[in-house]
Ligand binder design. Structure first.
Ligand SMILES: Nc1ncnc2c1ncn2[C@@H]1O[C@H](COP(=O)(O)OP(=O)(O)OP(=O)(O)O)[C@@H](O)[C@H]1O
Ligand SMILES: [Mg+2]
Length: 366
C-alpha cells in the first residue's frame, strides 16, 4: 500500500537546484493522491517559464519509482504561481503587478525594444501573464513592433477613476505613449513635461493582474530613468548591449545607475545582442562583426548573470518592422535565443525574490 506520506518522503529527494532545497520543504508539492499503484500530484513552480521544468518533472517520476515502487504509475501536473517581492507599506503604485522588469542599455539602438518585446512575448508563450510598457517618450517603438500603429486604446472606469486600457496582442498587454500622443508632439516636450507625462502614464494604465511587467526604457541614464525608478519599484533590470566597446561603455553607465545606493535595483543579467551575424543561407557561419563575447565579459566584470546572446539576423529586423516579432516565427535561431533568455530572466526573478528585499521606491529628490 502506497501512502501519501510515502510519496512526500520520496519527493523530498528531489531538489530545486536554484533554491538549494527539496521541493517538499519548498512547499511546491500539492494535491497528492494515491489509488493503488496510481500516484498523482501537482508541482507548483515559481514561474511557468522555469528552465528546469522538464528536469524536475523527470526527477519526481524517478523518485517515486526508485524510493517506493518501480511499477507505480506516476502522473505529475506541472503548474506555476509567480511570486513577487513587493513592499507592503502601501507605497506601491502597481500593486497587482508581481514583478517589474526594466530593460535598459545606456546606448541607443542596441536592441532594447527588440529584446523587451521578444522577452515579453516569450514569457507569455510560456503561460505567464505579461505586460509591456514602452517608456520611450521621444521614440516609442512598441506600436510598430506590435503592429498596432494608429490604434487608440480604450478607457475604463474603475471606482470613478478613468484608466487607459492596454492593447492586447500576442498574449501581451501593451501600452505605449506612442498610442496616446502624436509623435511630433512628444518630440518637442521639454524634460519636466516628459517626466510628468511619464508619471501619469505609469499610474493611469489599467494593467490588471500581471506576473511580469516589462518596461522598455529609452536610451540613456537621464531624467526619464530617474523618474521611473522614483515612481515604480523595479524588481530587476535587464541590460542589453552589443559586443562593441562603445556600447559596453554605455551599458556600464546603465549598470552603475541601477546599482547606485539610492536606486538599488538588482541587475537580473546582461543580454548580448547582435552577438554575431549569421546569413540565413549559411546558418553555421558566424561573423563577429562587433567583436566577440563583449556582453559575457561585461557580466563577469560586474558579477551579474549572463542571460544569453542574440545573433544579428535579418528576420529579427524584419519581424520588428512588420509588427510580428521574431519569437513568433518558428525560425530556431531567434526563437531559441529569446526563449532561453526569457527562461533565465524568469528564473533570476524568482531567485532575486527569494534572496532580496523588495525594491524601495526612491524618496529623495532628483
Ligand atoms: N538581433 C538583431 N538582429 C537584427 N536586427 C536587429 C537585432 N536587434 C535589433 N535589431 C534592429 O536594430 C534596430 C534597433 O533596435 P531597437 O529599436 O530594438 O533598439 P533600441 O535599443 O530599442 O533603440 P532606441 O535606443 O532607439 O530605443 C531595429 O531596426 C531592430 O529591428
Ligand atoms: Mg527602443
Amino acid at each position: 500500500m502506497i501512502t501519501e506520506a510515502d510519496v512526500l518522503k520520496a519527493l523530498s529527494n528531489v531538489d530545486d537546484p536554484d533554491f538549494g532545497k527539496d521541493i517538499v520543504t519548498l512547499n511546491m508539492v500539492k494535491d497528492v493522491k494515491v489509488e493503488g499503484k496510481q500516484v498523482s500530484f501537482t508541482v507548483e513552480l515559481t514561474t511557468p517559464a522555469c528552465p528546469m521544468k522538464d528536469m524536475i518533472h523527470k526527477a519526481c517520476v524517478n523518485a517515486v519509482k526508485i524510493f517506493i515502487d518501480k511499477e507505480a504509475e506516476v502522473n505529475v501536473t506541472m503548474t506555476a504561481r509567480v511570486l513577487g517581492a513587493r513592499s507592503a507599506d502601501g507605497s506601491d503604485v502597481l500593486p497587482h503587478v508581481k514583478n517589474i522588469i526594466a530593460v535598459g542599455s545606456g546606448k541607443g539602438g542596441v536592441g532594447k525594444s527588440t529584446v523587451a518585446t521578444n522577452l515579453a512575448i516569450a514569457l507569455a508563450k510560456e503561460g505567464a501573464k505579461v505586460g509591456l510598457m514602452d517608456a520611450d517618450i521621444y521614440g516609442p517603438s512598441a506600436p510598430l513592433m506590435f503592429g498596432v500603429q494608429g490604434e487608440r486604446p480604450m478607457m475604463r472606469d474603475v471606482d470613478g477613476k478613468g484608466y487607459i486600457e492596454p492593447i492586447e496582442r500576442f498574449g501581451v498587454k501593451m501600452m505605449s505613449i506612442g498610442l496616446l500622443v502624436d509623435e511630433k508632439q512628444a518630440v518637442i516636450w521639454r524634460g519636466p513635461m516628459a517626466t510628468s507625462a511619464l508619471k501619469q502614464f505609469v499610474t493611469d494604465v489599467y494593467w490588471g493582474e500581471l506576473d511580469y511587467l516589462i518596461i522598455d526604457l529609452p536610451p540613456g541614464t537621464g531624467d526619464i530613468h530617474l523618474t521611473l525608478v522614483q515612481t515604480i519599484p523595479i524588481t530587476g533590470a535587464v541590460i542589453v548591449t552589443t559586443p562593441q566597446n562603445i556600447a559596453m561603455a554605455d551599458a556600464k553607465k546603465a549598470m552603475m545607475m541601477f546599482k547606485n545606493a539610492n536606486i538599488s535595483v538588482p541587475i537580473l543579467g546582461v543580454v548580448e545582442n547582435m552577438a554575431y551575424f549569421t546569413p540565413a543561407e549559411l546558418p553555421e557561419n558566424k561573423y563577429y562583426i562587433f567583436g566577440k563575447d563583449g556582453g559575457k565579459s561585461l557580466a563577469e566584470q560586474f558579477e551579474v548573470p549572463f542571460l544569453g546572446e542574440v545573433p544579428l539576423v535579418q528576420s529579427i529586423r524584419e519581424g520588428a518592422d512588420r509588427g510580428f516579432p521574431a519569437v513568433l516565427n518558428d525560425e530556431p535561431i531567434s526563437l531559441n535565443a529569446f526563449t532561453e533568455i526569457a527562461k533565465k530572466v524568469a528564473r533570476n526573478v524568482a531567485m532575486r525574490n527569494a534572496n532580496l528585499d523588495p525594491t524601495k521606491v526612491m524618496t529623495i529628490g532628483v
